[in-house]
Design a protein around this ligand. Structure first.
Ligand code: FUL
Ligand code: CA
Length: 484
């Protein structure tokens, strides 16, 4: 028979072993707000194109008054496949088309108005550009999005309840016939004056209430449940506060939705940076045009943004945790102009060169703090190339150090960091250091990370890179670190 002492100690040991097996350290609790699944899918798209095309393309205006004769809409060599192919080759993932801009002319044969493509010479009035573009997107595997201007300078009822009915009918028409649609772009602009069925007067509306957005969005959601709504006010994604291609250097996805509504002025800075303690997850989308205007104007042919400028815009949008919506307006022929094509190709080349090989992938990585003893949250998750796995610190840790050691000395120019945003945006500040001659040298200090942060540093030869998380709302949780 076993002696009591030995028996008790063996029992304790067995119990201990069992405890080790079963008590897994739990994942960090989410820090609210967190993105929905459809917002995560949106973040992962990173960049896509805007297409501005209407009677403005033929009048040279940016905002048509609404009195344009549809007979001027006459692209002679239109090729929607060319648009989508150029966009796809540039590395963009979707197209959002101005189905109707402020002038009210519809690019599809809407049964609710005569002010449309059916009254134009294009295909003898049998054209349907929304159909052509959405089908080209399907053909090339790009997503399709809809811009339908709430402000309508042509419609006689604009400003009255009847117009809201008209607007909703068009939304139903579009979403029923041309889906799937990934994003709906609501423009807050309203300049007041217009043609309005011949009245030629100024009409103002109360942006916060006139369109009854909750009901209007519900109509669309009923048809397209996964839709992402863009507006100054969200609810899914927000405007970034400028049209220059620049997200805030500090960029929170968090913002409190009732501080926003479409067309509200004076909140550009808030839109640009979001707010650390904002109650809703409403990330910023960066809309910017490849040309000075949103529509094509021949006199701007020499002012197409250079590949270098587009690359800079990529860094200040996608590189700051936002998505890039790059406008590429087709010309009067109905083609993306040669200069724009050349710029886009040059940009793609710069991107491919800069981000060709992730030097960190599979590299050794050390963390001075790891959550629990099991492997679920290990430092190695930072360099496995998978955004679904992450490193996490223990709950009480808000500062941490991560060191990546490469197999040999390499030239580094970009450091990319990604938070595991399913658990909320946490990091408030961090620095990047490189090892040189046996000591660490700080090469960058930034604030937020979010879905993705690309830090450009002066190119440096090094074997080790150290990331210091300097402050965080809660224990940091990062899914990936990449070095280029
Ligand atoms: C603005 C509009 O007024 C411009 O014409 C353009 O469509 C831009 C994307 O949004 O609010
Ligand atoms: Ca990972």
């Amino acid at each position: 028979m076993m002696k009591p002492f030995i028996f008790i100690s063996s029992l304790c040991f067995l119990l201990f072993l069992n405890a080790c097996k079963t008590t897994k350290t739990s994942a960090p609790a989410a820090i609210l707000p967190v993105p929905t699944e459809k917002q995560i899918a949106w973040h992962e798209m990173e960049q896509y194109a805007f297409i501005h095309f209407t009677t403005n393309t033929f009048t040279g205006k940016e905002w048509g008054y609404g009195d344009e004769n549809p007979s001027i809409f006459n692209p002679t060599a239109l090729d929607a496949d060319q648009w989508v192919k150029v966009i796809k080759d540039a590395g963009l993932k979707a197209v959002i088309l101005t189905c109707k801009h402020h002038d009210g002319f519809t690019l599809w044969p809407s049964k609710f108005t005569e002010h449309s493509i059916k009254a134009s010479p294009y295909k003898n009035g049998n054209g349907d550009l929304v159909k052509e573009v959405s089908q080209a997107c399907k053909k090339y595997g790009l997503k399709f999005g809809i811009y339908l201007s709430p402000w309508d300078r042509n419609h006689p009822d604009y400003g009255k309840p009847a117009y809201v009915e008209y607007y909703r009918n068009q939304l139903k028409e579009l979403f029923t016939a041309y889906g799937p649609v990934f994003e709906m772009w609501f423009d807050g602009a309203n300049g007041g004056d217009g043609y309005y069925g011949g009245k030629r007067e100024k009409r103002s509306i109360r942006g916060a209430t006139y369109y009854d957005w909750p009901r209007t969005l519900e109509i669309v959601r009923d048809i397209e449940p996964k839709i992402i709504f863009f507006s100054d006010a969200g609810p899914d994604i927000r405007w970034v506060g400028n049209e220059r291609g620049v997200a805030g250097r500090t960029n929170w996805n968090n913002i409190t939705s009732d501080t926003l509504y479409a067309g509200k002025a004076g909140i550009e800075n808030l839109l640009n940076t979001g707010h650390e303690n904002g109650k809703n997850w409403i990330p910023a989308e960066v809309d910017v045009s490849i040309r000075p205007g949103w529509f094509y104007h021949a006199e701007e042919d020499a002012k197409v943004k250079s590949p270098e400028k587009l690359f800079e815009i990529y860094l200040s949008s996608v590189g700051r945790g936002s998505n890039l919506l790059l406008n590429i307006p087709p010309d009067r022929r109905g083609l993306i102009h040669e200069n724009d094509v050349a710029s886009l190709q040059g940009w793609k080349k710069l991107m491919d060169e800069a981000f060709k090989v992730n030097l960190a992938k599979g590299s050794k990585v050390y963390a001075n703090a790891v959550r629990g003893k099991n492997k679920a949250f290990k430092a190695g998750n930072l360099t496995d190339g998978k955004t679904g796995t992450y490193w996490a610190a223990p709950d009480d840790v808000k500062r941490a150090e991560l060191v990546i050691t490469l197999p040999s000395v390499r030239k580094i120019s970009y450091v990319t960091l990604q938070e595991y945003i399913r658990l909320g945006q946490r990091i408030k500040s961090f620095s990047v250091e490189v090892q040189q001659g046996g000591s660490w040298k700080e090469v960058a200090r930034e604030t937020t990370i979010g879905y993705k942060r690309i830090v450009k540093i002066d190119s440096v030869e090094t074997e080790s890179v150290r990331i210091k998380i300097l402050d965080s709302k809660a224990c940091p949780v990062l899914s990936e670190i990449a070095l280029f």
